[in-house]
Design a protein around this ligand. Sequence first.
Ligand code: HEM
Length: 516
Amino acid sequence: SGFPFVALRSLSKLGVPSAILEFLFGWVDAHEECAKIPEAKGSIGAIRSEAFFIPLYELYLRYGGIFRLNFGPKSFLIVSDPSIAKHVLRDNSKAYSKGILAEILEFVMGTGLIPADGEIWRVRRRAIVPALHKKYVAAMINLFGQATDRLCKTLEVAASDGEDVEMESLFSRLTLDIIGKAVFNYDFDSLTNDTGIVEAVYTVLREAEDRSVAPIPIWEIPIWKDISPRQKKVAASLKLINDTLDDLIAICKRMVDEEELQFHEEYMNEQDPSILHFLLASGDDVSSKQLRDDLMTMLIAGHETSAAVLTWTFYLLSKEPSVMSKLQEEVDSVLGDQFPTIEDMKKLKYATRVINESLRLYPQPPVLIRRSLEDDVLGKYPIRRGEDIFISVWNLHRSPKHWDDASKFKPERWPLDGPNPNETNQNFSYLPFGGGPRKCVGDLFASYETVVALAMLVQQFDFQLAVGAPPVKMTTGATIHTTDGLKMTVTKRIKRPIVPVLDMPTLKMDSSVILS
Ligand code: HEM
């Protein structure tokens, strides 16, 4: 290792063509043992049977921060090293595309912001990021509160009927309701309804997830689309969603045409603060297909991820009652009988740490996908153009090299008065929202959304794993799901009657019985 690789990387960064680099450094390849990426040996068949990032963790402990995995004719580089992750995601991000991810998601996201690369990505990112300005995110806090309140009503019924609830699907509906309103001002109301459009969204989501773990892309066979009942259903669902989006775009266009508001940096229509409304009012010059692709992308990006974060947070809390008590104590003292406000977001420090820590143990998605567009050097290893790379955030977040008690759920590892942990201050050992130019555009939105939902729910209810519930195991699509749901017993926390006591000092009550 050493000099030749440093020199090679520097020259390549300076834009020296790869043909010249190959001529200059061709001899480097000859030094096999220092330049060859370790290859994981043995049967990969095992990987299909469980969440695929679990065996990748074992292989990481054995082969290190970068290794090659062969899958029949295909080969992948698995990256679990923070400095290589930083190089791919941030320092040399222009040399990487979304690769397989873009291929798999094309049918649903088209050239939306997540799969898009190059010029389309650049233009769309520049149009969309301003829509999520501070005032918008603050306005969303109210929406998070109202949507969570609906969920509380559902839970109240279950609690008084003594019925267990499956929280994973409820969280999925909560975040679907939120993202529909937030992105294009549509109320799915999926917590109470199962309308065609809600079912269509789930059909498409499941298909995207199945395709991302399927060994052979049978959906690419032309006639298959026309004869497979399942593919017909997917096509019909996509059509329904697209038609709905076209209607919403048309309605929103009319609103924008009629309004008197002047467009400016923190522009927001109070009746419709959605991202769509901002984009149309900004005069965003974009085809309706591209606009639809972006809306669909945000719908999916902001839905399953947040739902998964809440699911795993509640699972972790059920295993760690002391964290739950501490959390409820904070929530009781910060929230009155009002919905959370933007000011409360600063005060809910422990709740925020609980989410930070949940995102460490269950990153959503657990791997980031890239493909090299040119030759490059990763750590001490030269790589070719066209390599498919999986950055295992799961491995980064659970590496015994970087974390004490790596597998323990310990929100206290992040000091309450310290900075909010992110990829920059953790030097790419922690990247809950990715990093570099492709970092999540919804990070603040999602942090507030999950904190509001968490705070309101634990303020009003106690949660326990239901007796006799199936064991909670993981499986993957785009995010980490449970195999059989998260069945919980929910009980209403008791509001202690407020007895007026005259001339008495205020007593500190036992936190476990303080109220909602
Ligand atoms: C990208 C995580 C919520 C919109 C990403 C990436 C991650 C991520 C890790 C980077 C992907 C990559 O580099 O390949 C999360 C998590 C969320 C969340 C954990 C919830 C807790 C949201 C929400 C929105 C959103 C609510 C929409 C309002 C996006 C978009 C991108 C993205 C558009 C692509 C950005 C680009 O490529 O330029 N997200 N996200 N996400 N996220 Fe999120």
